[in-house]
Design a protein around this ligand. Structure first.
Ligand SMILES: [Zn+2]
Ligand SMILES: [Zn+2]
Length: 406
């Protein structure tokens, strides 16, 4: 009986301490009224938070692998700057639903910087290109990407051929939509440039450094803004350029790959492949940790693996052998607000059923009748089933009346 009382007392004490902790440190802030608003939910709701002039918001829209997984798209990071600039770094397969869920007008998502041309880094360009074209972008897409050792291994060659492959798509849209947003301009830069300026406008500078990955061409990017340095590492084995130019970054992203045993067990690779891919073409957790303990960023981010409990733990144990500083192993929809004072990490809370949001620019007019060849021949048109026309005639009449259409 005495024992039970003592246990009960201890439980009360623990509850009290927990209660105290909750009321003081609650992640969601203190809610004072049942009908009022919460001051802080410790998550990021897109479109509800103004960026400070000297602040960068960085959102992981893809952190996974070339193989598709519903819960993790392939590489894509969106940087939003206090000056209004937004840059997409890579647009890997499956990443566009995460980007679109932020409900940013497509006109603000027109700049893409590619680290290299593996599909897990640009496989969702189609969704940005055609999706943005039909949902509010008013001008061309702009892409920056590295040259290759030969012309046909460079970004311009890839994007030109890519557009050519989508001839049917573009030609049929051109007939009903303005062709402008369907255009893509490519600016190639030298993949061998060391800290070479790729982009410089409005107080924002983006530089590139070479990466060592699979073939010549891949790079990493360094974004400088308001005295802040954010490094977006592409696929690479740890390299001397990263060590030199990413040193003292405010936030440094670098890949850290699945461990060789997990590549064998979970990714179906042979031990030989696993060792080659996991320690030579990509960066092992131990090597990632060594990079970070050498460059000493304010905050380190590892990505490029399917992040679940076991893989996370295996990678974390590897990284902690060589690095003890601030670290996140990224999942999709992680967001970092970066300023001189602090770096805050939260998760994005966004809808699964997002709609495109209009921007400030007036949509361009579709081409005038007769200026673009009709992509449907009379043979196909003659197959139109007339009862369908009759069935919708009344609805069309009312719609036209409502909008004063002829
Ligand atoms: Zn790659
Ligand atoms: Zn990759």
């Amino acid at each position: 009986m005495k024992k039970t009382l003592k246990a009960f007392g201890q439980m009360l004490l623990v509850s009290f301490v927990l209660l105290l902790a909750n009321s003081v440190f609650a992640a969601g802030g203190v809610v004072k009224s049942p009908t009022g608003t919460a001051p802080e939910r410790y998550v990021y709701y897109p479109g509800t938070e103004e960026l400070k002039k000297d602040e960068i918001r960085l959102i992981a829209c893809g952190t996974g692998l070339p193989a598709a997984r519903r819960d993790q798209a392939a590489t894509c990071f969106l940087a939003e700057l206090g000056n209004g600039d937004k840059f997409l770094f890579d647009i890997g397969t499956g990443s566009m639903p995460n980007v679109a869920a932020l409900m940013i007008p497509y006109d603000f998502l027109d700049k893409v910087f590619l680290t290299h041309l593996h599909t897990d880094h640009w496989g969702d360009l189609a969704a940005l290109w055609a999706g943005g074209w039909t949902a509010g972008r008013t001008g061309p897409l702009r892409i920056w990407g590295p040259t290759g050792a030969t012309k046909d291994m460079g970004t311009a060659y890839a994007v030109d051929r890519w557009l050519e492959a989508y001839t049917w798509d573009a030609r049929t849209r051109n007939f009903v939509l303005s062709p402008k947003p369907g255009e893509i301009t490519v600016k190639e830069f030298d993949y061998k440039a060391e800290n070479g300026v790729v982009y410089q406008e409005n107080g924002a500078t983006i530089k590139s450094i070479p990466a060592i990955h699979a073939g010549d061409g891949p790079v990493s990017f360094i974004l400088e803004y308001a005295g802040l340095k954010v490094v977006i590492g592409g696929d690479t084995f740890p390299n001397k350029w990263f060590i030199k130019y990413a040193a003292n970054a405010d936030l440094a992203i670098h890949e850290t790959f699945l461990t060789p045993p997990d590549l064998v067990k979970l990714y179906g690779q042979s031990p030989g492949q696993a060792l080659g891919v996991g320690t030579q073409i990509h960066t092992s957790p131990q090597a990632f940790g060594k990079v970070m303990s050498t460059i000493k960023p304010r905050y380190a981010v590892g990505y490029h693996f399917f992040n679940e409990q076991s893989t996370h733990d295996h990678i974390l144990m590897g990284v902690r052998e060589t690095y003890s500083g601030p670290l996140s192993l990224a999942v999709d929809n992680m967001v970092w607000n970066i300023s001189k004072e602090k770096i805050v990490e939260r998760m994005v809370v966004s809808p699964d059923q997002a709609w495109a949001v209009g921007g400030p620019n007036k949509p361009p007019s579709p081409p005038a009748k007769g200026t673009v060849p009709d992509p449907i021949t009379d043979f196909i048109k003659a197959g139109r089933w007339q009862p369908a026309e009759a069935a919708q005639a009344e609805m069309i009449k009312e719609f036209k009346k409502k909008y004063n259409m002829k």
